[in-house]
Design a binder for this molecule. Structure first.
Ligand code: HEM
Ligand code: HEM
Length: 167
């Protein structure tokens, strides 16, 4: 069966991932502080250790969410949104593919850096930069749909804006 729009579960997992991404941004500075303190032989703050663990846990949850989302869209594909230009449709597919790749590779490199292979650290950091770039494209694309074309794209992810056209 091909779905017309994203299911409630898919929407919750999308916005849940957004929330967990914000948690990653909030917790990562503590990782640097714990490493710095340990390196200098200073006392590591308890709160920093907790934030460090939250970063790892929330990253693990992001991986689980991404795998469930991929399985859901494989089981019941969602009809692609309407695009004005073919090039934008292709770009959107590429960005979604790359976003999923980041949501899987970031936790893998994070766990590697933390527990197995410290050299994975710079790869993890590089992937965060790629993720930022993809998110700029992603949010710019959504803004184009929502504000310029005023179609129902954002409503597919559960956000209904009052000024969208009926299509
Ligand atoms: C999608 C999931 C994740 C995101 C978005 C994310 C994001 C980030 C960000 C923004 C940084 C700071 C980069 C910088 O220094 O500028 C960072 C660093 C770090 N993260 Fe994650 N992270 C994720 C998953 C994980 C997981 C699952 C773990 C471990 C189990 C982890 C462990 C680390 C470590 C150890 C660092 C320090 C890396 C270094 O400085 O060498 N991360 N992460
Ligand atoms: C303000 C922030 C965000 C907005 C407004 C937003 C909005 C949207 C919308 C409207 C869609 C559905 C596109 C369609 O109809 O096909 C979507 C899909 C998607 N978003 Fe976001 N998003 C945001 C943040 C994020 C973040 C932080 C991530 C990941 C780190 C993300 C990853 C994805 C992925 C992978 C899809 C494709 C879902 C699929 O087809 O399986 N988004 N987003």
């Amino acid at each position: 069966m091909i779905r017309k729009t994203y299911s409630g579960t898919q929407r919750v997992l999308h916005w849940g991932t957004f929330g967990l991404f914000l948690i990653q941004l909030w917790t990562y500075p503590a990782i640097g502080r714990t490493h710095h303190a340990a390196h200098l032989g200073e006392k590591v703050e308890g709160t920093d250790l907790m934030l460090h663990s939250i970063h790892a846990f929330s990253g693990g949850l992001i991986l689980v969410f991404a795998l469930v989302r991929l399985w859901l869209r494989y089981r019941e594909p969602v009809e692609p949104p309407v695009f004005r230009w073919d090039a934008v449709a292709t770009l959107s597919k590429l960005v979604h593919f790359a976003l999923y790749a980041m949501l899987i590779l970031l936790p893998i490199t994070g766990v590697l850096k933390m527990y197995v292979l410290p050299a994975a650290g710079p790869v993890h950091v590089l992937l965060t930069r790629l993720l930022y770039g993809l998110l700029v494209l992603h949010v710019a694309g959504v803004a184009l749909h929502a504000l310029f074309w005023r179609d129902n794209l954002l409503a597919r992810m559960g956000v209904k804006l009052p000024f969208q056209r009926q299509i």
